[in-house]
Design a binder for this molecule. Sequence first.
Ligand SMILES: Cc1cc2nc3c(=O)[nH]c(=O)nc-3n(C[C@H](O)[C@H](O)[C@H](O)COP(=O)(O)O)c2cc1C
Length: 179
Amino acid sequence: MSKPEILLIVSGSIAAYKAAALASQLVQDGYAVQTVLTAGGRHFVGEATLEGLTGRPVLTDLFESGRAMDHISLVEAADLVLVYPATANTITRLRAGLADDLPGCLFLANNFHKPWWIAPAMNSNMFAHPAVAEAIEALEQWGCRVLPSGEGRLACGATGPGRVAEPEEVATLIAEAFA
Ligand SMILES: Cc1cc2nc3c(=O)[nH]c(=O)nc-3n(C[C@H](O)[C@H](O)[C@H](O)COP(=O)(O)O)c2cc1C
């Protein structure tokens, strides 16, 4: 039996290092994991790390030669798409339907045929800002599953909501979804 396919989109949060732990866990749990790094995500986690953990090249460029149809085919191949961590920028871009990068095209091409999950990760004030809060609400209404973000110490030193769901929690939710 072929392995379930997880399309893991990693955006540019300080919590992006946790995506490496999540990718590792998912591979150990028997999933095939394809990673996409946003422009911001490339500043936070190395492509060699994600490629080494998943055994697949990390995709970053909408216009990469030889991979022109990735912006459609990646969601066709996926059983579940997960944006982990999801930045304020990526969330509001998805809400706006912007399609000038690989994640934005994938979001529109998916059109909710496959489950699309989002794990917000940001400073509490960013999380509470109406631009972000309304985007999260809209994405949820459209059919995204927004994973609960925890409260706790944030990288900025503050304590409050906006902390990304832990990799183990997300791996458990995925296992439940495929059970
Ligand atoms: C050190 C550092 C940490 C950051 N952490 C976050 C974060 O946790 N959440 C967030 O929404 N933005 C964060 N940002 C801002 C994003 O990296 C920035 O908005 C970026 O454009 C996001 O790009 P992306 O959505 O394409 O990945 C951080 C920026 C820096 C410099």
